[in-house]
Write a protein that binds this ligand. Structure first.
Ligand SMILES: [Zn+2]
Length: 249
């Protein structure tokens, strides 16, 4: 078995040539790019889906590709509940990672979310171990390896519990550094909202995202009557100034 690099130079030179791509794969190359290129050349949605499935299996960590594959599955069968659910989960996880996006630097290594969930009693140690074992076994196309998602899917935690654990993780991150990491944290630090209010807004954000509705933190805080639009704008401006002031030192 021969593993092709990404990008594959052969495919780069033959991306429009179905016969060359096919012979490249028949030669035994494990080539993500060849399957992706084939998926763009075929007209039949079922064949397109099959090509993307093989490409995705060769690059299980490529989330964009996984999304493309799941969307191709839905194009074949709009009632594909599994594909729909996986897409929703990916959206949720993206939302969660946005929440944790550091503004200034890579944060120091925080406690893992599983440890935090155990420490607040959201799940038991044995539930954590069971899900971690599943995570190691899981085929990437069948289920996501990320813990929060597995726990949500199994119904072991609620969005509220996950939000609480994420807030704790965020606080642990921020304790190690001077500057707040995200706008939500800045709002708490400056007393615009309380940590409990931020947690409630975050839980609501996760819940809505599970239903495919996406709102920014600011929009949600206004909607939940926790902060006025004017205050949000003011805080965002202050926060921006703080951010840029780092570069003037
Ligand atoms: Zn190749």
């Amino acid at each position: 078995m021969k593993q092709c690099p990404v990008p594959c130079p052969f495919v780069a030179a033959h991306s429009q040539d179905m016969a060359s791509l096919r012979s490249h794969l028949l030669d035994g190359y494990q080539c993500r790019d060849a399957w992706v290129a084939m998926s763009k050349l075929v007209n039949d949605p079922v064949r397109r889906k099959d090509c993307l499935e093989r490409a995705s299996a060769l690059a299980p960590d490529d989330e964009e590709l996984l999304i493309e594959y799941l969307e191709a599955r839905l194009a074949v069968n709009p009632a594909d509940g599994f594909a729909q659910q996986r897409l929703n989960e990916i959206r949720t996880m993206r939302l969660l990672s946005d929440v944790k996006t550091p503004y200034f630097h890579e944060p120091p290594k925080p406690r893992l979310i599983g440890e935090i969930l155990v420490s607040i009693g959201a799940i038991s140690e044995s539930e954590l171990q069971a899900v971690l074992a599943e995570q190691r076994r899981a085929s990437l196309l069948k289920s996501d390896r990320r813990l929060g998602q597995l726990l949500l899917k199994r119904g072991l935690i609620t969005p509220v519990k996950l939000a609480k654990a994420l807030i704790i993780q965020q606080q642990e991150r921020s304790r190690a550094r001077a500057a707040p990491q995200v706008l939500g944290e800045y709002l708490v630090e400056k007393g615009y909202i309380t940590a409990a209010q931020l947690e409630a807004a975050l839980a609501e954000q996760i819940r809505l995202d599970l239903q495919g509705k996406r709102l920014s933190l600011g929009e949600l805080l206004v909607k939940m009557h926790l902060l006025s639009k004017e205050k949000i704008d003011q805080a965002a401006r202050e926060y921006e100034r703080l951010f840029w002031s780092q570069f003037n030192a």
